[in-house]
Design a protein around this ligand. Structure first.
Ligand code: KIV
Length: 281
């Protein structure tokens, strides 16, 4: 079993109470160093099932397993102190029945020390959310574009246009009424995001859903320029770390090939007992 959150960590009720106030800042993390980077800046850190695409090279989140989420959840737990930690329930781990959802969510909570789980779907998972939250597990919902349903959608298209808007409003309402403490709205038009945010009592967290939401979330590798497979329009690149890493690796390769690395500074003499600069290797 893993450690639980520190006593200063934000709680699900504290996040719910932020409805209509200062926007919630949320990012994903998948590793201990990644969690340490985002912790002090974020209200919510999500161990997203996007880990399958971002770190494991999968073509969608459909193949992500409970074991992967638990492994990455444990790693993130070690790096978090103040943000609320949420773990995504992967495809196939909650859809069968409310009992299946509770069993797997309880396992995720116990193993990772997460404070909440997130699951995708609207009206179709409302009964499950009611069952799980009534038994002590805080839940974040996720409606609009739900990536685990990519095969049903036939791609990652904008959702909620025309008559579909009413269904997404019903989905968000169902999730809120079932007891979720927040809901992610993914890739829907601004007017719909604004309407949902006005209509429901819990915070909306947008990704490609406009500033009308009560908060925002991005995949951290997307906004750092580390993940190049997709570049959705809703991602703002705050850094180009992938380009920086490429330049650094190219410079290393050139140095090795041209025998400029290792240089004198990196080479040990043969004097016995020589210790340089507090190194440990
Ligand atoms: O898996 C994920 O990263 C998500 C997003 C909402 C960021 O669900």
């Amino acid at each position: 079993m893993s450690a639980t959150a520190g006593s200063n960590a934000l709680t699900a009720p504290a996040i719910a109470a932020r409805k209509g106030k200062t926007p919630l800042v949320c990012l994903t993390a998948y590793t201990t160093p990644g969690a340490k980077l985002v912790d002090e800046h974020c209200d919510v850190v999500l161990v997203g099932d996007s880990v399958g695409m971002v770190l494991h090279g999968m073509s969608s989140t459909v193949g992500v397993t409970l074991e992967m989420m638990i492994l990455h959840g444990k790693a993130v737990r070690r790096g978090l102190h103040s943000a609320l930690m949420v773990v995504d329930m992967p495809f196939g781990s909650y859809e069968e029945s409310p009992a299946q959802a509770f069993r797997n969510a309880a396992l995720v909570m116990a193993e990772t020390g997460a404070a909440a789980v997130k699951l995708e779907g609207g009206e179709s998972v409302a009964e499950t959310i009611r069952f799980v939250t009534a038994r002590g597990i805080p839940v974040i919902g996720h409606v609009g574009l739900t990536p685990q349903a990519v095969n049903a959608f036939g791609g990652y298209h904008l959702q909620g246009q025309g008559e579909d808007a009413e269904q997404i409003l019903r989905d968000a309402t169902a999730v809120a009424e079932a007891g979720a403490f927040a809901v992610v709205l993914e890739k829907i038009p601004e007017a719909l995001a604004r309407l949902i945010t006005q209509e429901i009592a819990i915070p909306t967290i947008g990704i490609g859903a406009s500033p009308a939401c009560d908060g925002q979330i991005l995949v951290v590798d997307d906004m750092l320029g580390l993940f190049g497979a997709f570049r959705p329009r809703f991602v703002k690149r705050y850094a180009e770390l992938g380009k920086g890493a490429d330049a650094a690796i190219a410079a290393y390769a050139k140095d090795v090939r041209e025998r400029r690395f290792p240089a004198a500074d990196h080479v040990f003499g043969d004097e016995p007992g020589t210790v340089t600069g507090g190194e440990c290797t």
